[in-house]
Design a protein around this ligand. Structure first.
Ligand SMILES: Cc1cc2nc3c(=O)[nH]c(=O)nc-3n(C[C@H](O)[C@H](O)[C@H](O)COP(=O)(O)O)c2cc1C
Length: 322
């Protein structure tokens, strides 16, 4: 590691690699973060941590924060609508978690979040964004970064204004998801605006949205000139993308090994309910393979880890031809 040249740096944190697992509430949990980090994600960002949960000491946020030492550089993503609450939550968490980076969520589109002015709704209040970044960068030595969308909707595309505010108020990196809040996850992500942001800023810019293949990694980099690429949903069926491998090039033996590693990590992390939580990943891992629907449904309904492992052994033995 020490002899490598970083792809870029976030403040004074060198980032060795240009592909990063995107934070995804309920998806990029600690087990997935571990798999993706081992396969090449250059750093780890937590799922959003709601500042109010931290201030009210709600038990649900602890699990979302967990990490292993090898996950570093670790970015703690905070979500909130009130600059002082975000600061107070960070003051509480930082001594305990010691994140390398602190990220502010300016992109979450869910109604629960935006109706109280947090996530993507912050894009409508640039003064608050300025206050958050000023307050956070004055109070912490860690670099403060922001993850944004293009704007609230197509009539309010203020990504350039927001990105410059972040930079001018001490921000050290901006990640841009090339959609508006109104688009949610519909339509195609637009990459051209990410290029405009990259050209306008001197801090690193991360491109994000609809990157599913190695060719798309190269394409978003060529179109935007971005310093790094965040990969979200594609990580569920192809964590090997962080090693720049397309899913159809991953041998079944390797898929089997990763599924079993991931499954074990889920059971360690969630206990027995890990079997149920794992279903969505298993479905995604197996999607590229032909398999009788009833057979797949049976394993996806199972609550028994032994049954799932036995099924996987039979499935891959048949697939590999043993
Ligand atoms: C289920 C889900 C949960 C998400 N949760 C977060 C989150 O906690 N914080 C955040 O900044 N973005 C979140 N996002 C947005 C992703 O980080 C990413 O910007 C988006 O999925 C687009 O990238 P992709 O096309 O590679 O998936 C979430 C996306 C999904 C699909």
């Amino acid at each position: 590691m020490t002899n490598q040249t970083p792809a870029f740096s976030i403040g004074d944190v060198p980032i060795f690699g240009d592909l990063i697992l995107a934070p995804m509430d309920g998806i990029s949990d600690m087990p997935l973060r571990g798999i993706c980090r081992r396969l090449g994600s250059a750093m780890i960002v937590t799922e959003f941590i709601n500042a109010l949960d931290v201030l009210e000491n709600h038990p649900r946020y602890h699990q979302r924060l967990r990490f292993e030492p090898y996950h570093r550089p670790l970015s703690l993503q905070l979500l909130g609508d009130n600059p002082d609450q975000i600061l107070q939550a960070a003051l509480k968490l930082v001594p305990e978690v010691k994140p390398d980076i602190i990220d502010i969520n300016l992109g979450c589109q869910s109604k629960n979040v935006t109706s109280r002015g947090a996530g993507a709704a912050l894009l409508k209040t640039p003064d608050k964004i300025a206050a958050i970044f000023r307050l956070m960068s004055d109070n912490f030595t860690q670099p403060i970064t922001g993850k944004i969308r293009l704007g609230w909707d197509d009539t309010q595309l203020n990504y350039l204004e927001v990105a410059k505010i972040i930079q001018d108020h001490g921000g050290a990196m901006v990640a841009v998801h090339g959609r508006t809040r109104q688009q949610a996850y519909r339509g195609r992500a637009r990459w051209e605006p990410i290029r405009e942001v990259k050209q306008a800023l001197h801090i690193p810019v991360i491109g994000n949205g609809d990157v599913r293949t190695v060719a798309e990694i190269d394409h978003i980099k060529a179109v935007t000139g971005c310093d790094g690429v965040m990969i979200g949903r594609a990580a569920m069926d192809n964590p090997w993308l962080f090693s720049r491998i397309d899913r159809d090039a991953v041998p079944p033996e390797q898929v089997r090994e990763t599924i079993l590693d991931h499954f074990d990590a889920m059971l360690r992390f969630y206990g027995q309910r890990g079997v149920i939580t794992f279903r969505k990943y298993l479905k995604a891992y197996l999607a590229p393979y032909p398999s009788p629907k009833e057979d797949l449904l049976a394993v996806l309904k199972s609550k028994d880890p032994h049954e799932v492992r036995d099924w996987l052994a039979r499935f891959f033995d048949t697939l590999i031809g043993r």
